[in-house]
Design a protein around this ligand. Sequence first.
Ligand code: C2E
Ligand code: CA
Ligand code: CA
Length: 694
Amino acid sequence: MANTQSAYLFRSIKTSLIILTVSAILVTSMSVLLFSISEHEKLYVDSVESDLNGLSENMSNDLIPLLVNEIDKFELASVLLRLDRYPNIKIARVYKPNLTMLQEYLGRASSTLNSQEPISEIVDVENLSLGMGRGQSQLYAYKLIGDERLPLGYLYIATDIAGPIKQSNISLFYQVLPPTIISLLLAISIAFWLHHKMLFPLTQLSRFAKQVELSKDYSLRADIDGKHEVAELSCNINQMMETINTEVEKNRKQTYQLIEQQKTMERLANFDSLTGLPNRQFFMENLRIELARAKRDGQDVALMFFDLDGFKTVNDSLGHETGDLLLIEVSKRVKQYLREGDLVSRLGGDEFLILLYDSPDDLMLVTIANRIIDGLKEPFSVESWELQVGVSIGIARGRDADYNLSNFVSNADIAMYRSKMAGRGSYTIFAPEMMEDNKRKLLIASSINQAIKDNEFCLHYQAKVSPEEELIGFEALIRWNSSVLGFVSPGEFIPIAEQSGKIVSVTQWVLERLCKDLPEIQRQFKGEISVSVNLSALDLKNPSLLEFINHLFQLHDVDPKLIEFEVTESAYLENFDMATHFFQSLNELGCSIALDDFGTGYSSLSYLTQIPIHTLKIDKQFVDNLGLSDRNTLVTSTIIDMAKRLQLNICAEGVETREQFDFLVKSGCQQLQGYLFSKPTALSDLSIYAPLNS
Ligand code: C2E
Ligand code: CA
Ligand code: CA
């Protein structure tokens, strides 16, 4: 323990230096003290010696007259008694020339003589030489009295030296001690101060290092002051800091780049690059978490699914760039109608999903849906176009999907299709009954291909008659007697085939079947009986359909004049340019074109002068209401009147009563079609209508 403590003490330069310095000062001052004591002693002895010399000289001179004559002991003693003044004199003796002692004097210091020893033994003058001498603890003078040639006697005086020296040393020690202590303290303080001053830059460097460690700021620099070595050290440290700082900066830049790259990757992974909205993956992950949370807390969660009505038209007619810009604008606008916390995502194409924060009630859902519908109605300025799109919204709740993610999204999708069916710009809140519907839809969609292969479809033909009730043509209508679903009406499966993209194959099958049936129809009805065939909106976008028709006509040797294509007004107008181009080509081929379900969708009629059509088919709902409502009757006769002026044929469909027939004929209708004359009939049963033709 003590060892480690001392080791620790010496680990600090400062303490080591101070201990060394203080030791040096102590040793030096002790040496100086001892040296001065010994010098003092020497000087003292010299001075005592010189005094004793003088005293003994004087005294031997004074003794001469006493020894020349007869010796008077009393006189002798009184001379020696003069030594009483000198406290350190131990002994004085006067000897005859033959060295017999004449007189002895014992001084005050004689008490230090060893009383057991006879003084004669202590003072062994016989072996002494004349002059001054020094014994163990005394100084002595041994002087000749008288002249050398005629010695009268000898004087021996011994003075104590040890006691006085000790005394003198003690007094010297006490004199010197205070100034020594003061100078020692002074020296130590100065040493402390000097060390502190010299080591201060090192302490500063250490503090600097600590500051760097704590702040991690490598742009800090140490002060370059202090002695050469420390200044050099500071300089080196600063250079090292410079290097570290450069490295740290480099590292920081690299780290920043890495973080940026990571962010970009995250963005790419989680966000749609076109609109910047969260993408499907990110959205689904959030939805999964929200669903789990809602299920755990026994709450609900709401989802909106919407896609744009008419977006395909923009994309097809104005190009993908414009379509993309429109999507960007739409996503910007939609965000404005949402609340803080709602999460909107683009699934791809023109489909969007919104996760509604905090499970809003039905009223709130309706408010948000209406806000989006109304907001997106306003035209978008994209490039130089003023584009108008609508939106169909489907809304679903997590509880209805039993908190299952894919069912939840699929429910919103089902509701959205409901909205689409209901017409532009509407919303539908999912209800479980829609599920059954959807299951059937999925089954229908997935059965169509197999139905074509298994030859489950067939064509029925419905007669069209003239005002004279003569057969003038047929409309081919598809029929499906499914092995799985039983009889499925085209009113149900055609829209599903359109939505699922299967209509292309259906149309091809219909056209092919018609071409095959046509010779039989011509044979039965002996003449140029035309047959109408229905096309759907999607067929107008199929670029290979025209070629397919051409090929079929050639293959089956069909006279194009006998074929009329029916397309609904809305399908035509949704694909206006393409449809015009398509029907112009069919026109050139010799086919005629009829606008089906006329009057149901669009109020503007100005386009009728621009398109290559021959016939307007007045929708069944007008025929149904003839005579029931004055307004409807007026609209119907106006349509007929207008068509006449545009030199278009008029075909009325769904004629069921004589009254309807009479009114229509009176108004100028050239073609009539309906159960009044015939229901759609299989080819094999068509002959029963032969009398119509006769
Ligand atoms: P549409 O083209 O308007 O066909 C007329 C529909 O009215 C037919 O129904 C027909 O049977 C029915 N109909 C005719 N006269 C009367 C009548 O006096 N009273 C009543 N109540 N109904 C009458 P269908 O055959 O069920 O076809 C429904 C729709 O399915 C058609 O409407 C058409 O849009 C579509 N469709 C039928 N066959 C095809 C086809 O081969 N291709 C395409 N793309 N669509 C088809
Ligand atoms: Ca039709
Ligand atoms: Ca129709």
